[in-house]
Structures are given as structure tokens and as C-alpha cells.
Design a protein around this ligand. Sequence first.
Ligand code: URA
Length: 240
Amino acid sequence: MQIQDILYSQGFGTRRVCAGLVQQGFVTVNGVPCSESAADFDPEGLQFTVQGKPWSYHEKAYILLHKPAGTECSQKPSTYPSIYTLLPAPLRQRPQKGPVQGVQAVGRLDQDTTGLLLLTDDGKFIHRMSSPRHHVPKVYEVTTKHPLDDTQVQKLLSGVVLDDDPKPVKAAACEAVDAHHLRLTLTEGKYHQVKRMLAAVGNRVEGLHRSRIGGLELSDDLAPGQWRWLGPEDLALICG
Ligand code: URA
């Protein structure tokens, strides 16, 4: 694949911009300067720099973001900064077939929710993860306003009715870690589901953090606002 096409596929700008970046000497490939825009490389595992910034080739981008509080999962946020401002420009500019460029969040978290958020430019992956048939468990650490008791836990496990659907929604797992800390596992993703489920049992969410999706855990070394690439072994933990 030509280096100009590799840069284009990774989100470094239009084809013309990418050819220009190479020809002007702004690119190194595997540590060696490359100014020939048509130079051919095997993209798999390719490490390159653009204007000194290192990048590694990924045919598809799968990203884990530690979402901080006070950010919106929208491209056009209304009140708080968008989570997309936390990502480098190439991830936001990767060319896509549709009108929206770059990686997209897989589902949304509320502005005040923190924790594990997936983003990708793989439309099939988003579709699979969002399909109701694909019950990927998501684990939430919930801080509650009122003390938890066994009745609340049992109700969440046996099912509560929310205002938009007569069919009860159940927690796949639910455990009171301490008086104000509930660990709740859900396999669906309805609007404000955790907050509405807690309200349905007479409690209130004061803090919400997603700690796990499938077998993929948010590790302590990724601070709020930081992101990392997901590899095949991470994806296997999510998709099984
Ligand atoms: N449930 C909620 O209520 N909010 C979230 O952000 C995620 C799940």
C-alpha cells in the first residue's frame, strides 16, 4: 500500500494533504525518513511518524476511552465538551463511507457517568454490540443516595417496570458492596437505565461508573480522559 494511502486511511487528511506531508519530509516509516509519496509498504504493524508524532497502522480502530465526568458522548454537545475532543485528530478524521468521519462511540454514557467507553470505525461491530440479541454484560459501580437494603437488591434482580415499557427490566447481577455502593450488571442499554432502575426501587444514583464490558475491565492505569487501542485479545474479551 502506498504511504500516502496509508496516511489517508489512518485519518491524516485528504489524499492531497497526505501526499504533501510525505513529499515535504514530514513522515518517517519504521524510523527511516520517507519523502516518496508512492513508496509501497506492508501496512500491517507499520510504525510511522507524522511531524514527529508516532502512529501505528490499524486497519480498523477499536478504542477504549476512560470517560471523565462532565463530557457528552455527542459530536454536537449541548452543554459539556464532547468526548471526541479527548481523541487525537487522526482518530476523529479516519475516512468513513457515510457522512460522519472517524470513530464513533458504541452506545452512550450520560454526561455525569464515568468509565469504560468503546469507540470504533467498524460499523458492523457497533451494530453487533447494539443489537438486543447480543447480550454483552455491562458492569456499573453505583453510588446511591440512600442506604441499600436486600429488598432493593431483590427487586432489581427480579425486575422493575420503567415508565416507557410495561415489560420489566432485570439486572443480570446485583450486589451491595457496601451501604451506598451497588455493583449492577445489565445486558441491555435503555436510556438512563441505571438511574431509572434505582429510582424504581426508591433510591437515587449519586455517582455512576462503568467498570467492565463483557470480560474487559477498565484498568487503574488509564486515568480519566485517557484512551488506548484495543487489540484482538481485548476484543475477544468483549465478544467472546
Ligand atoms: N445508565 C444510566 O442511567 N446512565 C448511564 O450513563 C449509563 C447507564
